[in-house]
Unconditional design. Sequence first.
Lengths: 282, 265
Amino acid sequence: MIGGMSALAVSPHLVSGQGLNIVEHKIDLNDPVQNALAYAKLVGTSARSMVHIYYKGTIFGMTPEEGVKPMIGHTGVLKGVWKPWINNSFYYTLYDVGYFMDLKTGLPAEEFENPFTGEINRPVKIIGGPFDRVIKPEVRPFENRGDDLWLDEPAYLNFVNKLDPKIWKKASTAERLSFLYVETYHGKLSDLANPDITSAPMTITSTHNTSWYPFFLMGQRPGGHYWQAIGKKVEDLESDVPVELINYIEKEKPGYFESEKPWKKRKGTFQAYKDERQPITG
Amino acid sequence: MDRRDLLSGKFTEDRLNLNNLRHSAYAYAKLLGSVDDAMIHFSLEGTIFALLPNGAKSFIGFQTILKGVWKQYDQDSFQLRLYETGFFHSLDSKDQIEVFENPITNQTNHLSEIKGGPYETIIKPAQHDWMISGDDVWIQEPKSRTGYFGSSEATSQNKQTAFANTIFRGKLSQLNDESSIAASMMTYNYVSPWYPFFEMDDVDGKMYWQAVGNKTQSWSDIPSSMQEYLTKNHRNYFESTNPWTERTSTLEHFRQSGKQDKERA
């Protein structure tokens, strides 16, 4: 499949200034430099600029005894601050603000009933980043059919839990946590090949298989989460993002959409839980 | 909107109301298949990850092609008959493999092909869980399944749970236009117990199937490795409205193949 993508000429064609001459752009995704450029244009931007990605999804829980149940929704806007970097690379910094969401109303959930334990849980706020990443020239396995293009990007995370299970008996599931993230980015080959486009329209499907998150208070119960979300690169904030989410973000983090550095110190859900809550032992 | 508009798909940009049950069923059929009698295929490419206690690992690749045979059922409803076939491949090649050197058990596995259907569904007027952002529209279908995932349905086995989530994405403007079929991209996720041909009964963990593909009407849009597989194994699959009659699944197909092998031995 990848071999077949070398030096693709793509359509639809662009019409030149005279309106008659067909301009055909080419892109070689087997070339590491062009591949990195395509990645930046699809996921973010090849210019020194910001992109925002709106997402909305559901967190399911899975246990061997009780099967699969939807637990709570989640929605937010990712901010990527991009800049061209040295050696044909791109550098970006990612932020995330949003809320855990009532599945029926779509509004922020202050608390919810855990369908496995029957207890009332109180979510923390969704706030993450800054996370820095360099996109280096390499051949990523883009797939394409006609003008449709997508990239699956798995990430394997295995790390020490900030919450010691000996202390955080209900909020911590283990000393180490294992997550599998698979992000799928969809776009158009013609957009990536077009030198006039620095940031191409993109939709995203995001799935995370994770250990239990702390605020669900699942303790060492066997099982874990399946997170699913769908979303897109924001082209028009008001038509692409629900007004209640925009209002929430502007209230929680004023200037988030405008700022290139909405905050400095790294934040994350596990750290937030540790900072804001006390261990529950009962 | 009257019945004639629904059948002819003559929606104008602002007339399709996805909160309306009939419109929702119409949009669902158009995004996933067709509102006219037609065959629709989705060609998917993906990876299976092994979810192990000490972390996840990419395990094996797979490709499938779904066939949906769509028919007008009655006023405002649609009938779907679904088939699936496909194969496994190594992570560094797209060619079908039947024998797999399992990197977790270090054993040699003899794989089944992927096969399912016919599954019949009637799409009736109903409220579907649409997500809309600008001109982009998504629908997703999470489904749980509880059953036996071993090499036989022996009563001594414990029932296990699997979970599939299928997401379709399209354009609202296409759902509103006068065509009967809308372009659609599909993402398929499936968390399952180990399938028996991987012989992982003694390994703690699960499989995570992840695949992406799009609606395709043309043989030439199908990946060459899938073309080769169909030509070799299911020559009439792409053209036929009824490639096989007896309902099966990948598990059932594997179990039946095992029975036939024993009977021959």
